[in-house]
Design a protein around this ligand. Structure first.
Ligand code: TPP
Ligand code: SF4
Ligand code: SF4
Length: 1302
């Protein structure tokens, strides 16, 4: 039978293509539908005899492009590979039976298949693959069955090392097992990957391919991780789109069963894993039918029969010597030789049930192409778009999409390379420094070379390799065109990069001449939208819902992708939405928006937002300036001129007021802006859109309780009437207005040196979201960055900030202690500094300072309005009502001036004992203005640490929230004092932080000991060998006597600096000493990380450090879950709390890390809660630092993931309650205390228990979810917890009395 496809060409009238293959026919239609070569398409011709219709809508497309041959040529090229005999390809194909259209992201698309065909999974969170683990955990908790009728057994492990080990074990036991990971997680699986492959075990690992932590960590997508495991013996299959992530996930599971070779199925992190697209899902019934075929039933039976079993035992994993190991390794060859055919067969089987055909290597483009690009992953869609564009413009080019990377099949790859091709460009999404080319390039080059040797008649091809898209760097069709243009050059550039400007080694390609970035070549009718949100305002969530509503309730295809900046909260989010009549493949950001919503008015001045608005598009601005007059005053001239040129349909709405009036709190404008979008876009009738949006709100906020749902419903109802359309005044193209209030000038003291340079050349463009434009030359090649850049950031995210009421203030400094952002500080001044000559602003009120050592000074509490996040913690912590929260606009001007004045006063940090609460807050915080969430419970501890020991701190920071708010480019919150001293901070990895910190401490001690020996040598040498001054000799001698006592050594070290500077050339020994002078200072090494690190993945290393006896300090920021990856359970999670990976409530009690540490007997241990007991935490940190061995300080850290009903602003009361009820005990265990009748090592700092822990359960959503879902289970667990709290408290009382062992 023949299927025909007929269309009308722009120049050459009616054309018809015939194909005996319905899949091919479909493919042709899709191919042609993308071409610009037709002005009208007709899908007609012979209807398949089985009556199946070819599903494609008819519609008009724009005028013809110059070349109309493209469709025909691309059609005839899509030839299937020769099919292995007896495959499904030879069977009659049916119309897709399981064409269930659904919007989903790549993670869900892959996880749905993994769940359907696996019985067991071991999971561990890592962005961006975490979602797959969360989904299978959730489906398992809901009791969903897979195609075998089983509920998947899902187990969270302590690390990916553990997940891989457990996976290996489950496979050895004969189960069908899977897991999900990427990046560092995948690296931790390498040893077991070798084992699993070595034992020829069927298994699939789904990977959201991601960058690796090298000069910096990045959560974004590229192929560095998968390329780092390409040698492990796993087959590697790459999906290029969300649809493929679904279909090829199934291919992987089928192929592994067929071949016994384990499969790594990967797709691009974020670009595919987090892109929502409308896909056709595969029905479980169809999968079940497939798996019931004898080949799979046999494969599963075989897998089980060869499992470890005492009734038919065998041994595996033995040791082999040089006599047999090699031969055994080669014995597996036939499995790899056959694997390619199995992949082809599995692809054909999946095609048979879906109607979508796949090939391991697929060529798209002109049949007589002279140039091709070869690549893997989502970037291939951008290249395909470029290929159509170029061929429409008279070129002859093509693309080979590589899906199967291992085992590589050269013949098949070469089989799809048109004979006419003379030049090949291989693009790798990875970087292998120092190599002769990246892995895909090497593979293709080797294949071509071998083919040319064995077929001397074969034409020689010129081949070049290049890199693109590292860490999700945008890869546009225009970049692909630039690669084709490069191939056209007489001497094409090799080993190049594309998409960046490399002005150092000049390896980057110049921008395309033919297709400049920003020009859309998307299918006609595609609508593109951008939503600029504020992190935490719900915009991303609302857009996810919106795109699902559109995809599920209209015939349109939809795509959504979300961009975030580095801040944990309050940063910028941009939602990119597309929808249209045709399938949307564009794997890149919206360049020209038809619809743009700006959820915060300040963005209009901060970012070049309008650069991506289409002329005549729709612009909706959330603003308090809702009249043309006020807006005219507010908007910068540049923006007004842009608006005058672009002439958008402009709408204004004060969404904050709508949200506030609906009881939501002004921040949550997401649903207001969403219904406005539905209203203006007309994508659905507004009544229908309203009801669908409300339904989705009910579902999305169910976890947060009915009140939150009804408030959001109210906001939706109130939104439309608050929207107003505004005509853009013609005068906006000309008027001059004062610039909008944005950044004040940076203080003079930071205007020089590398920090200032970094701010100007790197940080400022990045903060303006223009980091993509930065050239290579502005970056330090080792990734090192200067400290203190947040000082200049001035985020201005608070709507309300605290105002000091001097008359009530008791000068306790508690507000400064609890502030997570160091945005409120006590200030001390001499009276004379405050008079007019001193330059004090008129509103800089002060009161006479009280307290020992402060006589004669004036005191003030000063807030920095642009650094404050408005979290309200300080006002809640103030017990005497000396702070009140007030609207920013009322006090910004005066308080900014006051802050700047206060910042120039001398830091008076030597007047009070810094180890008191009040004294600690008179020290300059050397960690300030981080991007942590408003009210974060982690940051105050670290800020306090920097106030106690900041000028001599070295921090080894585990990956986690504290490494993200602690150092996300370009925001570096660790800073320096006037001497230029401050914390030296580094993040190695998540799993190795304790060891990393121990290494720093050991290395430092070793260098200092050597220095001391050297100093002693100088002091003992005859005067002529070391001719130094008496001052230097005296200082060196004092240093040598006290080198290990920081209080003395560091003072002398400072004194020594100018002396050594002056006398460094006195003798070689002095010059050597001079070179090591930074080691005169005794540092304090702190190992910092979250509970996920300390209790789980890093525990092995932590335990080793606890046992080491070395002088290191460990600070555990215990948020009781993995905060940074979105709130998964750790072993610090309390029983009954619902966390991700514990969808049914955590069934196990919290691990007692303090008890484990105390069991060593010589480890200092403190359990603290800063908000609950200010004095105790200062004491604990001071004691821990002084203790000459290992110290462990556990810090109760309220986190936004706890869902405290009254918000994190009430963390002070919440923490006090946690301590009073015994939920979180306060204690210190100090091994340096000699036990006797009146002195005990263990001191219980908690007072008598008050109230019940049920108060905590009633206040925090993490506990309430279970109470709502399974009240009986919750009741039981809460009873168990209550009992154990009392038991523990009684034990502590005994220990504190000296009659309980630790
Ligand atoms: C080997 C490895 N696996 C997973 C991750 C992903 N990851 C980054 S931070 C984090 C959670 C850290 O949680 P926690 O230690 O509790 O710190 P918090 O974010 O709560 O401060 C995880 C799992 C990683 N970076 N490395
Ligand atoms: S409102 Fe929050 S961020 Fe602002 S000063 Fe107070 S504690 Fe600091
Ligand atoms: S620990 Fe919690 S509150 Fe703090 S930054 Fe992380 S997620 Fe936000």
């Amino acid at each position: 039978m023949i299927f025909a496809y007929t269309w009308r060409g722009a120049k050459n009238g009616i054309n018809t293509i015939r194909s005996p293959d319905i899949n091919l026919a479909r493919k042709l239609i899709v191919q042609n539908s993308r071409s610009r070569a037709f002005n009208k398409r007709i899908v007609a011709g012979a209807t398949p005899p089985d009556g199946a219709a070819i599903p494609l809508a008819l519609y008009e497309v724009p005028a013809a492009a110059p070349n109309s041959n493209v469709a025909a040529t691309s059609c005839s090229n899509i030839l299937p590979f020769s099919s292995p005999s007896g495959t499904a390809a030879n069977k009659p194909l049916e119309t897709p039976s399981a064409a269930n259209k659904a919007p989903m992201d790549g993670n869900e698309a892959a996880a749905a298949i993994a769940y359907a065909v696996s019985d067991v999974s071991f999971i561990y969170p890592i962005t961006p693959s975490t979602v797959m683990g969360e989904l299978v955990d959730q489906w398992s908790a809901e009791g969903r069955t897979n195609v075998f009728g089983n509920v998947m057994s899902v187990t969270e492990m302590e690390s990916e090392t553990g997940a891989a080990g457990a996976l290996h074990g489950a496979l050895a036991a004969g189960s069908l097992s899977t897991t999900f990971t990427c990046s560092q997680g995948l690296l931790l699986m390498v040893p077991n990957m070798y084992k699993i492959a070595g034992e020829l075990t069927p298994c699939v690992l789904h990977v959201t391919a991601r960058a690796l932590a090298k000069h910096a960590l990045s959560i974004f997508g590229d192929h560095q991780d998968v390329m780092a495991v390409r040698q492990t013996g796993w087959a590697m299959l790459c999906s290029h789109s969300v649809q493929e992530a679904h279909d090829l996930a199934l291919v992987s599971h089928l192929a592994t069963l067929r071949s016994s070779v384990p499969f790594l199925h990967f797709f691009d992190g974020f670009r595919t894993s987090h892109e929502i697209n409308t896909i056709e899902t595969i029905d479980n019934a169809a999968i079940k039918e497939l798996l019931s075929q004898p080949i799979y039933a046999d494969a599963i039976r075989h897998h089980r029969q060869r499992a470890l079993n005492p009734t038919h035992p065998h041994q595996r994993g033995t040791a082999q010597g040089s006599d047999v190991y090699f031969q055994c390794a080669e014995a597996a060859n036939p499995f790899y030789d056959r694997a390619f055919d199995h992949v082809v067969q599995a692809m054909e089987e999946v095609s048979a049930i879906t109607g979508r055909s796949y090939k391991p290597y697929e060529y798209v483009g002109a049949p007589d192409a002279d140039r091709v690009i070869v690549l893997m992953g989502s970037g291939s869609q951008a290249v395909e778009e470029a290929v159509h564009f170029m061929n429409d413009n008279g070129h002859k080019v093509g693309v080979i999409k590589v899906r199967l990377f291992r085992p590589w099949h050269s013949d098949s790859f070469l089989g799809c390379l048109p004979a006419s091709v003379r030049r090949v460009c291989v693009l790798d999404r990875t970087k292998e420094s120092g190599s002769a080319g990246e892995p895909l390039y090497q593979q293709v080059a080797a294949g071509l070379h071998e083919a040319e040797i064995s077929h001397p008649d074969m034409p020689r091809r010129f081949i070049v390799g290049g890199r693109f898209g590292l860490a999700s760097k945008e890869f546009l069709p225009s970049h692909a065109v630039a690669c084709f243009e490069n191939l056209e050059q007489h001497q094409p550039m090799r080993d190049f990069s594309v998409g960046i400007v490399d002005d150092v080694t000049r390896r980057s390609l110049p921008p395309s001449q033919l297709l400049p970035p920003g020009v859309s070549s998307l299918p006609p009718g595609t609508v593109q939208c951008l939503f600029w949100g504020v992190g935490g305002d719900g915009t991303v969530g609302a857009n996810k819902e919106a795109i699902k509503i559109i995809a599920s309730n209209t015939p349109l295809s939809a795509q959504a992708y979300f961009q975030y900046d580095a801040h944990k909260s309050g940063g910028v989010t941009v939602s990119h939405l597309r929808f249209g009549p045709e399938k949307i493949a564009a794997p890149y950001l919206v360049q020209q928006a038809d619809y743009m919503a700006v959820n915060h008015q300040s963005y209009m001045a901060k970012y070049d937002i309008l650069a991506s608005l289409k002329p005549g598009g729709v612009l909706v601005l959330n603003t308090t300036f809702t009249t043309v007059e006020s807006l005219t005053k507010y908007l910068p001239d540049k923006v007004k001129r842009q608006l005058a040129v672009l002439k958008p349909r402009l709408y204004l709405i004060d969404a904050w007021s709508v949200a506030r009036d609906s009881g939501l709190g002004s921040k949550h404008v997401n649903m207001v802006m969403q219904i406005v979008f539905f209203n203006l876009s007309g994508v659905l009738p507004i009544d229908k859109a309203t009801s669908l949006l409300k339904k989705s709100i009910s579902k999305a906020y169910e976890r947060k309780g009915p009140q939150v749902v009804s408030k959001n419903h109210a906001a939706v109802d109130a939104a439309i009437s608050a929207l107003q359309s505004v005509d853009i005044p013609a005068a906006w193209g000309r008027v001059e207005t004062p610039a909008a209030l944005v950044h004040p000038n940076p203080p003079a003291k930071v205007q020089s040196g590398s920090r200032w340079e970094f701010m100007e050349t790197v940080a400022k463009p990045m903060l303006a979201l223009e980091g993509d434009k930065l050239p290579v030359s502005v970056f330090s090649p080792e990734g090192f960055v200067p400290p203190g850049t947040t000082l200049l950031e001035k985020r201005a995210v608070a709507a309300q900030v605290p105002l000091w009421k001097a008359q009530n203030c008791t000068q306790c400094n508690v507000c400064a202690l609890v502030c997570p952002h160091a945005a409120i500080r006590p200030v001390l001044a001499q009276l004379h500094e405050l008079d007019a000559a001193g330059g004090a602003p008129a509103s800089f009120d002060t009161i006479a300072a009280t307290g020992h050592g402060l006589a004669g000074l004036q005191y003030r509490i000063q807030v920095s309005p642009y650094d404050c996040t408005g979290c309200d913690l300080c006002t809640n912590a103030c017990t005497v009502d000396a702070l009140e929260i007030a609207p920013m606009e009322n006090l910004a001007e005066a308080e900014i001036a006051n802050w700047e004045f206060a910042s120039q006063l001398p830091v008076r940090d030597n007047l009070m004992d810094r180890s008191s609460v009040k004294g600690s807050q008179l020290q300059q915080p050397l960690m300030e203005f981080s991007g942590a969430c408003e009210g974060c419970g982690e940051t105050p501890y670290v800020k306090l640490l920097t106030q106690l020991f900041g000028d001599r701190l070295i921090i080894a920071n585990a990956t986690g929230c504290s490494s993200i708010w602690g150092g996300s480019a370009p925001s570096n919150p660790y800073t320096t004092n006037a001497d230029g001293y401050g914390p030296a901070w580094a993040n190695s990895l998540l799993e190795d932080n304790a060891q990393f910190g121990l290494g720093i401490a050991t290395g430092t001690v070793q260098r200092r000991q050597a220095l001391r020996r050297h100093v002693q040598g100088v002091l003992e040498a005859p005067a002529e060998a070391a001719p130094i001054s008496g001052d230097l000799r005296d200082a060196l001698s004092r240093w040598s006597d006290h080198w290990d006592e920081p209080e003395v050594a560091n003072v002398v070290a400072k004194e020594l600096q100018p002396l050594l500077e002056r006398e460094k050339d006195a003798a070689p020994a002095i010059r050597e000493l001079y070179g090591e002078r930074d080691m005169l200072h005794k540092p304090s090494t702190w190992i910092i990380g979250g509970d996920g690190w300390a209790y789980d993945i890093g525990f092995g290393g932590l335990d080793h450090v606890l046992a080491s006896g070395e002088n290191v300090n460990i600070l555990v920021l215990d948020t009781e879950l993995y905060s940074n990856t979105g709130g998964q359970r750790s072993k610090a999670t309390p029983m009954s709390a619902v966390a991700k990976f514990a969808a049914g409530g955590n069934a196990r009690p919290k691990k007692d890390l303090g008890a484990i540490a105390m069991s060593y007997g010589d480890v200092y241990v403190a359990s603290t809660s800063l908000h609950a007991n200010y004095v105790q935490v200062v004491k604990a940190m001071t004691e821990a630092e002084r203790y000459p061995g290992v110290s462990l300080v556990l810090c109760y850290s309220p986190c936004m993931q706890h869902g405290i009903n009254a918000g994190l602003c009430s963390a002070v009361d919440e923490s006090k309650m946690a301590v009073e009820t015994g939920y979180w005990p306060l204690y210190r265990y100090n091994p340096s205390i000699k036990e006797d009748a009146s002195h005990h090592r263990f001191q219980l700092d908690s007072k008598k228990l008050k109230g019940s822990i049920s108060q905590i359960f009633a206040h925090e959503n993490r506990f309430q979810i279970l109470e709502r879902k399974a009240p009986e289970v919750a009741k039981h667990m809460h009873g168990v917890m209550d009992e154990s709290v009392h038991e523990r408290f009684n034990k502590f009382k005994q220990m504190a009395a000296g009659d309980g062992s630790v």
